[in-house]
Design a binder for this molecule. Structure first.
Ligand code: GDP
Ligand code: MN
Length: 352
């Protein structure tokens, strides 16, 4: 899971890594006063090149703020903006910790050419050393030489030790500071931070409450006059569901994969699209809860029934994560759960 820059910087700050002062802005908040840097908070990199990072030295910041909120980067629009003090830059370095799977080590990687041009650099010129808590001082000294800042070797030792602790304690698989800014008076500050955390370690991090990226829902209309709408999660299950509807001699109206990050609101919006089909008399819901929680799907079904009085009958089959809670919620509302998709389709054929 990728976390947003401001979330990653909060983690850095809790490990005493210097970051710029900043505030998080939401739509409707007052525009900050210049000088300021406005940074789109989306779950991907390359924001600078996409126009998602604006340095405003003076003047009104209202319209740049609106521009960033309106700009989708890799399909994602930011729900917030990080507004930071403008840091004067003498040099931009690249510094990261990555997992080296073939050697089973954590590697410290650095480049003297940080910032937005880092990809253009020849990888043979990169600094790359395996690192562990006992070798932090020695590796940091090599790093100081590589970056040609030997006078900063003690500062780097502290920073690298803290970064490594932050990486390990948070079960990160990537921690990237680009740019690592060196200011004219010689201070080192993390100008940007990208962090990827290991989803499989979630069970030992009750403190993880990060903003989720938007769900990647795929809705495809198959037949405007179809009679059975489908809702499933995962492209494979969604295709299998459409095939099963056809095999039962019914006409599928749509293909819908609600995606892995589906929220209750997002699923309710899918029902809204389905209500628009004129001939649909049944909705088949086929969920295998993995990342998607069955109880979220159940809540969405209940909300959709309350919200859309004309909602066609639902035929639900679900299993997997939180299915017991889902079953409880749905049976309280007198909704029938079917053991498999064939039973759903038999029932639809039986009733029509
Ligand atoms: P990314 O493109 O998603 O990696 O976004 P960054 O946060 O790295 O910002 C891109 C570039 O904007 C940086 O490499 C800097 O050159 C510039 N930038 C970001 N913050 C500041 C700042 O505080 N001062 C100055 N002068 N430039 C900044
Ligand atoms: Mn960056």
């Amino acid at each position: 899971m990728n976390v947003l820059e401001y979330e990653a910087k909060q983690l850095l700050q809790s490990f005493h890594i210097p970051i710029p002062h900043g505030v998080v802005l939401h739509p409707g908040d007052n525009a900050p006063t210049a000088p300021i840097v406005l940074k789109s908070q989306v779950h991907t990199g390359g924001r600078g090149k996409a126009g998602g990072v604006i340095v405003i030295q003076h003047g009104d910041t209202t319209s740049p703020m609106h521009d960033i909120f309106a700009l989708a980067i890799a399909g994602e629009r930011p729900s917030c903006i990080l507004a930071e003090e403008v840091i004067p830059i003498a040099t931009e370095f690249y510094l990261s910790l990555v997992i080296n799977r073939s050697e089973a080590t954590i590697d410290l990687v650095a480049s003297t050419h940080g910032g937005m041009s880092v990809e253009a650099q020849d990888i043979r010129n990169l600094f790359r050393h395996a690192i562990e808590p006992t070798t932090v001082d020695a590796v940091s000294d090599l790093l100081a030489d590589y970056l040609a800042i030997p006078d900063k070797s003690f500062v780097l030792q502290d920073m690298v030790a803290n970064l490594l602790a932050c990486f390990i304690k948070n079960d990160a698989t990537l921690l990237e500071i680009n740019p690592l800014i060196i200011t004219p008076p010689g201070e080192l500050i993390a100008g940007d931070c990208k962090m990827t955390l290991d989803d499989d370690a979630r069970f030992r991090h009750p403190e993880w409450h990060f903003e989720r990226p938007p769900a990647s829902t795929t809705f495809v209309t198959l037949d405007r006059n179809g009679t059975v709408a489908t809702i499933a999660n995962g492209a494979g299950l969604a295709m299998a569901t459409v095939d099963a509807v056809r095999a039962a001699h019914l006409i599928p109206a749509n293909f819908l994969d609600i995606g892995g990050n589906a929220t209750v609101d997002g699923i309710v919006r899918c029902f809204r699209s389905i209500v628009a089909f004129p001939r649909v008399t049944a909705i088949v819901i086929n969920i295998f809860g993995g990342i998607v929680r069955c109880d979220d799907v159940a809540k969405a079904i209940i909300q959709a029934r309350d919200q859309f009085p004309q909602l066609p009958s639902v035929y639900i089959r679900l299993s997997g994560s939180y299915s017991q809670e889902a079953t409880r919620l749905l049976t309280q509302r007198h909704l029938t759960l079917y053991p498999d998709i064939q039973s759903c389709l038999r029932e639809i054929n039986h009733e029509s």
